[in-house]
Design a protein around this ligand. Structure first.
Ligand code: NAD
Length: 443
């Protein structure tokens, strides 16, 4: 069977490689010719653990192809996945331009029955819009070729995308066509041998499921951040509270870690888009609106803590930043809290030397030469007034205090992810400020 995947980013490339892994012939399409050239010559344009091996293997087996031509990918394809970006528009709603561009291309070029599957995160009603654009383009050609549109939201996590795709906890499909349902069952059967469900539903429910999932996860994070802030006021320790509630099986221990606010390519834009699509229908999502507000404030919290510690005197101070990507195991810098913290430090006249295991190139695109880049974590702390841990990559977990003592100008650590222990910091003679826990050595 032959399929086409349009949009070769974090979702499209993983989708294409994983379907190829099951034996399908997959053509990945992208309008970004630079990306396609890189992929053709074996270079993976994003950082995603395991993806290089999977792509190389399936290219070598002659099952995975890359092209800038959607027309070429349509030849004999039975299904086409749309996996292009849906960035926030100016008013917060999802910008459907890229999705509808793909729909137009399909309508202009399709030759036989095709199932068009929307994998991009899109608001309710998008499948219908895609259908209308395809029909309209077919009419211009004077043809009436049958097709179906299905919704298949993606739940993979960057950093664990391959594992999530190959062993999904569930597959959600919105469809109103038996033929499309049959094809989707066939496509996903190899991934569901572990017994996890494929859930069929109507298209609007599938479209909303993705937003509801992300909004729920974002809610847990903002909830915990509020608890952390309250802990600081009342003298409680949020780590204890987290363990206390997380052991309740109704709550569970995932997504209840306080920190510097959520970022990334999904939560911020999906929360915004959900609020917007509800308000367009005259409904205000009060909980979700609060989730966003809390997160915006949380992204500024670490800077406030730093400024408070230095009593507002940040001009000329030097800060080492560990971790730049919005979360570990990805190079994705979209909406990363590190950008907010660094921009605020720079605006206050401070200097920043940053290190990230994977996201340095992406950071350079965002912050350019306003920041100094370190080759390794410990050269970032040379002569700094404080170390700020923003993203909890595994390699930061155990501190080399000898190196820190030798290199740092002042022994001060701000921990945006609560990965260090206040007691240890005290023993080592460090001032230590974290989230929702007692600070050590605060002047
Ligand atoms: P991305 O920005 O990494 O990739 C999108 C790709 O689409 C880009 O390479 C772009 O060049 C390409 N593109 C744009 N218009 C095109 C066109 N007309 N034809 C061909 N290619 C085109 O985006 P992503 O992170 O992979 O996200 C894609 C969608 O999946 C979004 O809707 C996102 O919300 C959703 N999603 C993302 C994740 C994630 O973790 N990144 C998880 C689940 C769902």
């Amino acid at each position: 069977m032959k399929i086409s995947v349009v949009g070769t980013g974090y979702v499209g490339l993983v989708t294409g490689a994983c379907f190829a892994e099951t034996g399908l012939t997959v053509t990945c399409v992208d309008t970004n010719s630079d990306k396609i050239e890189k992929l053709k010559s074996g270079i993976i344009p994003i950082y995603e653990p395991g993806l290089d091996v999977l792509v190389a293997k399936n290219c070598e087996m002659g099952r995975l192809f890359f092209t800038t031509s959607l027309v070429e990918s349509l030849k004999n394809a039975e299904a086409l996945f749309i996996a292009v970006g849906t960035p926030p528009g100016e008013d917060g709603s999802a910008d459907l331009k890229y999705v509808l561009d793909v729909a137009a291309e399909i309508g202009k070029n399709m030759q036989g029955y095709l199932v068009v599957i929307n994998k991009s995160t899109v608001p309710i009603g998008t499948a219908q819009k895609v259908r209308e654009v395809i029909i309209s383009e077919q009419r211009k050609r004077g043809v009436n070729i049958p097709f179906d549109v299905a919704s298949n939201p993606e739940f993979l996590k960057e950093g664990a995308a391959i594992e999530d795709f190959l062993k999904p906890e569930r597959i959600v499909i919105g469809t109103d066509s038996e033929e499309a349902e049959k094809l989707m069952r066939k496509l996903y059967k190899p991934f569901l041998l572990n017994g996890h469900p494929i859930i069929f539903m109507d298209i609007p429910s599938a479209e909303l499921t993705k937003y509801a999932a992300n909004a729920m996860l974002a809610t847990r994070i903002s909830f915990m951040n509020e608890m952390a802030n309250l802990c600081e006021i009342v003298g409680a320790d949020v780590n204890m509270v987290r363990k206390g509630i997380g052991s309740d099986s109704r709550i569970g221990n995932k997504f209840i870690y306080p920190g510097v606010g959520y970022g990334g390519s999904c939560f911020p834009k999906d929360v915004k888009a959900l609020i917007k699509s509800a308000s367009e229908k005259g409904y205000s999502l009060k909980v979700i609106e609060a989730v966003e507000k809390v997160n915006d404030a949380q992204k500024e919290l670490m800077f406030k803590k730093i400024s408070e510690y230095f009593k507002g005197h940040l001009n000329g101070k030097k800060f080492a930043i560990w971790g730049l990507s919005f979360k570990p195991n990805t190079d994705d810098m979209r909406e990363a809290p590190s950008i907010v913290i660094i921009n605020k430090l720079l605006a206050a006249g401070a200097m920043v030397k940053a290190y990230d295991p994977a996201a340095m190139d992406e950071t350079k695109k965002v912050l350019g030469s306003r920041v100094e880049y370190a080759a390794d974590p410990y050269s970032a702390v040379d002569d700094c007034d404080a170390l700020v841990l923003v993203t909890e990559w595994r390699e930061f977990r155990v501190l080399n205090f000898n190196e820190l003592n030798k290199r740092m100008k002042a022994k001060v650590i701000f921990d945006g992810r609560n990965i260090y222990e206040p007691e240890e910091m005290k023993e080592e003679g460090f001032s230590y400020v974290s989230i929702g826990r007692k600070s050590i050595g605060l002047k």
